[in-house]
Ligand binder design. Sequence first.
Ligand SMILES: Cc1cc2nc3c(=O)[nH]c(=O)nc-3n(C[C@H](O)[C@H](O)[C@H](O)COP(=O)(O)OP(=O)(O)OC[C@H]3O[C@@H](n4cnc5c(N)ncnc54)[C@H](O)[C@@H]3O)c2cc1C
Length: 442
Amino acid sequence: MLNRRDFIKAGAALACAAALPARAADTAAHVVIIGGGVGGATAAKYLKLANPKLRVTVIEANRVYVRGYGSSEVVTGHATMADLNVSYDALHQRYGIHFIFDTVVGFDPDKRQVRTAGRQTIAYDKLIVSPGISLQYSAIPGYSAALAETRAPSGWIPGTQTALLAQQLKAMRQGGTFVLIAPPKPYRCPPGPYERAALVTEWMRKHNPTGKLVILDPKDDFVTDASMQLGWHRLYGYNIPADFMKGMPADVKNSGKPAPIEWVRARDGGTVSKIDPKSLTVTFAGGSIKADVLNVIPPMKAGKLAFDMGLVDASGWCPIERRTFASSLHPDVFVIGDASIADVMPKSGYSANNQAKITAFAVANLLAGRAPDEPKWKNVCYALAGSDYGLFVADVFRLKDNKIVQISGHRYMSLDATPTQIRLGAAYQQAWLKTFTEDCFA
Ligand SMILES: Cc1cc2nc3c(=O)[nH]c(=O)nc-3n(C[C@H](O)[C@H](O)[C@H](O)COP(=O)(O)OP(=O)(O)OC[C@H]3O[C@@H](n4cnc5c(N)ncnc54)[C@H](O)[C@@H]3O)c2cc1C
């Protein structure tokens, strides 16, 4: 395995052998994008919309993108693994974006070149990197990548672990316990672990009515926590903690009876200290529990590529100049999506897509010798407490003192939303999955 220095040197050493001819002054600039996920694909499309003359190349490790958003619906059989697959054909055919399906293994920031495992060297004028996240499997003693691939899947980077988790849920004994370990902040998709917990509980009500789901959490709150818990209460008889009762509708009364979903927060001892890989017993501050199915969403950092390219700081994420998302560490490189340090913007697909658009226009402007526009970003995360029970968080962001801040406003679905609004929330979530994918990839 290459370390970071080798990685950067590998780009430099082989550059001479395979370097592309230098760009003639009168040809269009070449923007290279590494990572054809939500951020990278959107950036490629919007660069072409901003200036069709730009040459845009996406280097992506896989021929088909497997989308993470909506992937918990595979766990409960509402969607199939095939439903998660997204093709790059439309981006190539409609916009003339060039794709190289290969893994980037070398980077020479001085020569402005990257090198792939297939020994291609690609020169750029501007480089946009959207490498996603890496899961820190070994951060929880007893957990490992090997355990995630076999007995205790994570599925937070969608793929075989997502399918495995679905199989394990189906095969779980009647009356079994599904334990979901939630991650510390910051992490990909802030409402996502709690939506997954809700959908699994809904599934168990139908197929395993005596089964139970326990969330072990190193945090005391999460975005959408009040509206999500209200949904759990209404659908599954979940008991809402006293400190969340403020603002709840008058009809909300805890039964005090055990519910099929339980959220153990940090203050109630939810922080996990170890996992026994043989018995799947989880030790946490408040006790221990033996899981029949164990879904671990471990701590996260920027994708491995960002480390290899020297784009991360001590936090494990990529520092950026907020206006354009230009890397603070390498010139002519921009880092967008989950890997970037975007302050209060969540690590979500919606954010990655929105950052990509603003960075694409900024890059097109810079290449044309114009100043980038004053940015404003937005994010909407839909989430489900049940198949017909939708909720959301919506935000607009702007720059203040070179930090991204929220423009204050009403963020969540109201706790007094009507049944129709709640059903519409779920319908919007399903519509969003489709229109969002089209915005990024078609
Ligand atoms: C269960 C779940 C539910 C979610 N639900 C939502 C939701 O409802 N709404 C929402 O907005 N977001 C949601 N998300 C989050 C969303 O999927 C991510 O925030 C989004 O994908 C981030 O985009 P990205 O471009 O940063 O990374 P990614 O989409 O992960 O793309 C990274 C790409 O980089 C490529 N790559 C990495 N290294 C290399 C290399 N060396 N060479 C070449 N290619 C490389 C990878 O193959 C990948 O295609 C959810 C995620 C999960 C897991």
